[in-house]
Design a protein around this ligand. Structure first.
Ligand code: AMP
Length: 591
């Protein structure tokens, strides 16, 4: 690997980047810097965000500026104001030791007059969004005739945003004998059109494979029912207590709704979308950059140009329509050599889209297991303990307070204090998750498990690893129209809170079903109080060890039959269809 010096980077820039902590060039820099330091070199670079592309084009173009000539000599076009400011900021950092070099960001939404004034005073590098630059060109307030280097950054996104015509109009104003460098995370057809039209025998540099996602990113998906989407999001956020990420939504409305809900539910979240004023957007982005905000809920467009390196996760609240957007979204994590996680909370209908993304990024999505309440609480507690261990104690500052604190807590021993501290922090969460419904992960292969007696339910509830179920007898069977779905429905309606149901054995006149031990008492207490068409439900533990034998095992049959017979004589009415006339559902949705 070469050093920056060996690539030809000059000393004032070297000094600046060394101060920024750049020790060795990143791959894209190694390829692009020497090439752009030459003449008449056009480059198409397929590189994801976070690969170091700003320095890759920034260092050589700054180096080639003649500071004594007060005219734009380099032009960088990018899709958003935020990216524009980001690039201009980076270029200013790189050129810190080049006296008199001026970089001007030019973007919509801010005073055009002050941009015109600065242009009149003379600048060397213009970083612009296409719309505003075209406006300036139309007013003849910017002269691009001395431009030697043109960079199109995030070209695919500029096309997505409809800047194609503006780009064409701008490129018509720059001399044909310039270097042109086009960066794109993906290679849609529109890019090929631009390169054919404006680039001269461009060298193609691919950092990673074409259209391939960043290697450092793990892609996880949770396929769930639409109504559980928000609950799943909360669980994921709870499961990663140190999450620092962006939640991508499809529309501005959804973005705002999800952010509002999260804020209401006590999360450190905020929204970023096009309906906010520029000042609001700046404020939110600054909060996020400073890590004063943990979760940013954003639309694709608004999050462009938000350059934050250390994101732990990005969450797709539903998959985007096109693969490019997915690549851009997920490319916001796993940057600068770090690892990242891209989570997709999606619906079964999005499965095709997911496969398409997998194919193009050439990476498989891993199926995520929805964390249960217990796992979440454990994770949060471990995190708290970890923080306690690592917290920096400012002995001096707290010294004066300690005697009175020690006095107050004197009567408690260490164990008590720890328990109280944990409870203080977690009682709410433990309460919340104690009876919270499990979120069902949707069965992607319905029917696959049907050959086992209760395979379908087993797989839907993904309870393969679960143990501790108790087997119950119920005095209704197939001849009453009782089938697995009705039985599950009945249990859910009669018994508050989520009840996990295991095996179901249906016989003609009575049935058996397994219930998780934790809910067993609730099930017996509640179900026995119900009636169906005037007929009382009777549920009681089946004989024999739990999970042993089938519903037609002799012991069970004998007991069940006698029970059923007793019951039958009094109340049975086979003519009535399976219909609930019992009291309304007492099941509460706790989440
Ligand atoms: P970019 O793809 O230009 O947004 O860069 C991603 C991140 O990598 C930014 O925070 C850069 O400051 C950082 N970076 C770029 N080049 C280097 C380098 N050679 N060494 C260390 N960090 C770098």
């Amino acid at each position: 690997m070469k050093t920056f010096e060996e690539l030809g980077v000059a000393s004032p820039i070297l000094k600046a980047i060394q101060e920024m902590g750049y020790e060795l060039p990143m791959p894209v820099q190694e390829e692009v810097i020497p090439f752009l330091l030459g003449e008449d070199n056009d480059v198409i670079a397929l590189a994801q965000t976070g690969t170091g592309k700003t320095a890759a084009f920034g260092l050589p173009i700054l180096q080639k500026i003649e500071v004594s000539v007060y005219q734009p000599q380099a032009l960088i076009l990018c899709p958003t104001r935020e990216l524009c400011l980001q690039i201009a900021g980076d270029l200013n950092d790189y050129s810190k030791y080049i006296n008199g070099l001026k970089v001007l960001p030019v973007y919509g939404g801010s005073s055009i007059e002050s941009q015109i004034k600065t242009l009149k005073r003379g600048v060397h590098v213009v970083v612009a969004t296409p719309g505003r630059l075209l406006d300036l060109l139309t007013r003849k307030t910017v002269n691009l005739s001395l431009v030697k280097n043109v960079i199109l950054d995030e070209a695919d996104e500029m096309l997505n945003m409809g800047f194609s015509d503006s780009i064409n109009a701008i490129l018509a104003e720059v001399p044909s004998s310039r270097n042109m460098l086009l960066f794109s995370a993906t290679m849609p057809q529109g890019i090929a059109n631009i390169t054919r039209k404006y680039m001269n025998n461009p060298r193609e540099i691919v950092i990673g494979r074409k259209n391939e996602g960043n290697e450092n990113i793990k892609h996880i998906y949770y396929m769930i029912r639409a109504q559980d989407k928000y609950l799943a999001l909360k669980r994921i956020a709870d499961y990663y207590p140190n999450i620092y990420g962006i939640i991508f939504c499809r529309t501005r409305k959804e973005t705002q709704e999800i952010a509002d809900k999260l804020i209401q539910d006590g999360y450190n979240a905020d929204s970023l979308h096009g309906e906010l004023s520029q000042a609001q957007r700046d404020y939110v982005m600054q909060k996020f950059r400073l890590r004063n905000l943990q979760l940013l809920v954003a639309t694709d467009v608004a999050a462009r140009g938000l350059d934050v390196d250390d994101l732990t996760h990005i969450i797709n609240y539903g998959l985007p329509d096109d693969v490019e957007s997915y690549t851009h979204r997920s490319g916001r994590t796993g940057r600068a050599g770090k690892t990242g996680i891209s989570i997709s909370i999606c619906h079964i209908k999005e499965k095709g889209k997911m496969r398409e993304i997998e194919r193009i990024i050439n990476k498989k999505f891993e199926k995520g297991e929805m964390p249960g309440g217990k796992a979440i609480c454990e994770k949060q507690i471990v995190n708290l303990i970890d923080q306690i261990e690592k917290v920096k104690v400012d002995e001096e500052e707290i010294a004066s307070l300690m005697p009175s604190i020690f006095r107050k807590l004197e009567w408690l021993d260490k164990e008590d204090i720890i328990k109280r501290m944990v409870s203080l922090e977690f009682n709410r969460m433990i309460d919340y998750y104690k009876d919270a419904d499990e979120i069902e992960v949707v069965d992607e292969h319905p029917g696959k498990d049907r050959n086992t007696a209760f395979g379908k339910k087993e797989s839907r509830r993904s309870r393969d690893k679960e143990e501790g179920f108790i087997r119950y007898f119920i005095n209704f069977g197939k001849s009453d129209g009782l089938y697995p779905n009705q039985l599950i429905d009945l249990v859910n309606k009669c018994v508050p809170g989520k009840v996990r149901i295991g095996k179901i054995d249906l016989l003609d006149n009575f049935s058996f079903f397994e219930v998780e031990e934790a809910a067993a008492k609730r099930v017996v207490d509640r179900m026995n109080g119900f009636e169906i068409d005037g007929r009382r439900i009777s549920v009681e533990p089946a004989q024999g060890k739990k999970g042993e034998g089938k519903g037609d095992s002799k012991g069970e049959k004998k007991k069940a039959a006698s029970f059923y017979d007793r019951f039958d004589k009094r109340t049975r009415n086979n003519d009535k269809p399976w219909r609930r006339t019992s009291r309304p559902s007492s099941r509460k949705n706790r989440e």
